[in-house]
Design a binder for this molecule. Structure first.
Ligand code: ADP
Length: 481
């Protein structure tokens, strides 16, 4: 992979991860970028400024040298020639195409000027002279599109002032070179900062990978995986590795306490179920011989019997779930004709409720290798809910279909439905949408948890589609074994 495609991949990764300003990755990258921009920017500015100063100082020294020599030359020529001609000679002597010299009398009239100045356009000459007449500093002056270092001093011969002389060193070419160098430094600085930002972002992203791994584990880990989940971060920094070890230790403590809790529920359910079943049996036999009881005694007995039954059912459900959790539930595989099984359950259900249960199957005989009793338990729970949460006159539909790979059973009701925010949670243990209604229907919130565990035990899955006041569709998908 070349550098360009690497950069593109990195950028797409960054984009996919949606850079959040509050994330540690963003903050670290921004901080490092700001620090490197400040550092590199300052160095670039310092280099540019130093080079400019060097250029000015070098030329000022040269101009100073000429300025020192000029009055001496004038004095020398003055011994043989008239003052005006002597000044002109001295100026001609020192000037060059890039060095302009001129001298003015005390009244401001031009005394002499170098040929290089004469070659300049008049407007340019007057602008240059105007600037040179102002108090000068050791810096670069811009006159139109040219750059100059300017100098002026008193012109004296034998300590008698004969006017003022001016020197203008044209440094346009050097300035252009300097500007190009400064531009290149700026571009290089920007490129280096961009490259640094990118590499810093990638490095920080890589360094934070172990933390992301930890949060992914914490987000996706299920209760069943608590005991096996371990983080292997051999190449992570010490601090992160220590954190991972702590997390591992915490997971194993959680797993232990979860196991203890499961064991406790299992034991309690087991210990309570037997005596309560006996109590239920006594209550039922008492009820059968209730002719001699008063109506209030009979009512109390009925309530006691139904509550005991409900509690025995709850304990049975808890025991089933505990067995499923400890994977000690055995699935006895046999060939089951689903159409017959569902018809049987529907007939049984018709004895206890007024609902019509219709079966719609793609073929008259859809068969599947599965555990008949467990699948019956799944369907009974789903149909029981469909009956409980819809009106008596509503039709409940069971749809059956089969492909080469899987068999799909759908239990469809037109009942009260389930709001979207509850749909993801109804398969949790003891989760009930409406406590008051659930109590009146006798549910404790374990039916769907059992359905989910059983279906998953059969390597299938169960999903729900529902709309409030329109009804629900529970879909069980099982693989064809
Ligand atoms: P419960 O024993 O309370 O029925 P379940 O685990 O079977 O417990 O169901 C959990 C919750 O899901 C119920 O309290 C109920 O609110 C909702 N629910 C389940 N099936 C249906 C359905 N067919 N229609 C509407 N709500 C349902």
């Amino acid at each position: 992979m070349n550098l360009f495609s690497r950069v593109l991949t990195a950028l797409s990764l960054v984009k996919r991860q949606r850079f959040k300003p509050s994330s540690l990755q963003f903050r670290l990258t921004a901080g490092m970028t700001a620090a490197s921009s400040l550092g590199l920017g300052s160095i670039a500015v310092l280099i540019s400024w130093t080079m400019q100063q060097l250029l000015v100082t070098t030329h000022i020294q040269r101009v100073q040298y000429i300025a020192d020599r000029l009055p001496r030359d004038v004095e020398l020529y003055g011994e043989m020639l008239p003052t005006e001609t002597a000044v002109q000679r001295a100026i001609n002597n020192s000037s060059s195409p890039s060095l302009m010299i001129w001298a003015k009398r005390p009244d401001g009239m031009m005394l002499a000027e170098s040929p290089s100045l004469q070659l300049m356009p008049e407007l340019f000459q007057s602008m240059l002279m105007e600037i040179a007449d102002m108090p000068l500093q050791p810096k670069v002056y811009q006159v139109r599109n040219r750059y100059f270092v300017l100098y002026s001093d008193r012109l004296a011969v034998d300590n008698v002032s004969i006017g003022q002389f001016y020197i203008a060193q044209d440094i346009t070419e050097e300035q252009a070179v300097l500007t190009t160098v400064v531009q290149r430094i700026s571009i290089a600085t920007v490129l280096i900062i961009m490259l640094l930002t990118l590499t810093t972002a990638l490095y920080i992203r890589r360094s934070l990978r172990p933390l992301r791994k930890m949060s992914q584990l914490a987000e996706t880990i299920s209760v069943d995986e608590l005991s096996q989940s371990r983080l292997y971060l051999d190449r992570a920094p010490d601090e992160v590795r220590e954190l991972a070890q702590m997390l591992d230790a915490m997971l194993s403590r959680l797993s232990q306490s979860w196991e203890q809790q499961r064991q406790f529920v299992n034991n309690i359910s087991h210990e309570l179920r037997t005596p309560l079943s006996v109590v239920s049996g006594y209550l039922q036999s008492l009820l059968r011989r209730s002719a001699s009881f008063t109506s209030s005694q009979q009512e109390a007995l009925e309530i006691a019997a139904s509550e005991t039954d409900r509690t025995v059912r709850l304990l049975q459900d808890l025991l089933d779930l505990a067995r499923m959790d400890s994977s000690s539930l055995y699935f006895h595989q046999e060939l089951v004709v689903l159409n017959d099984l569902i018809a049987e359950i529907a007939n049984m259900g018709a004895k206890f409720s007024n609902h019509t249960i219709e079966i719609e199957a793609e073929q008259p005989k859809i068969s599947l290798r599965t555990d008949r009793d467990r699948l019956a338990q799944v369907l009974i729970n789903l149909l029981d809910n469909a009956v409980k949460y819809s009106f008596p006159e509503d039709v409940i539909m069971v749809k059956l279909s089969q492909t080469e790979e899987q068999t799909v059973i759908q239990v469809i009701d037109r009942g009260c439905g389930i709001a979207l925010q509850h749909q993801a949670r109804i398969f949790e243990r003891f989760y009930r949408v409406d406590e008051a209604r659930a109590r009146s229907t006798g549910g404790v919130g374990l039916g769907l948890a059992i359905v989910k565990s059983l279906v998953e035990g059969m390597k299938g899955q169960v999903t729900v589609w529902s709309k409030p006041n329109e009804g629900s569709v529970f879909t069980v998908t099982l693989p064809n074994l």
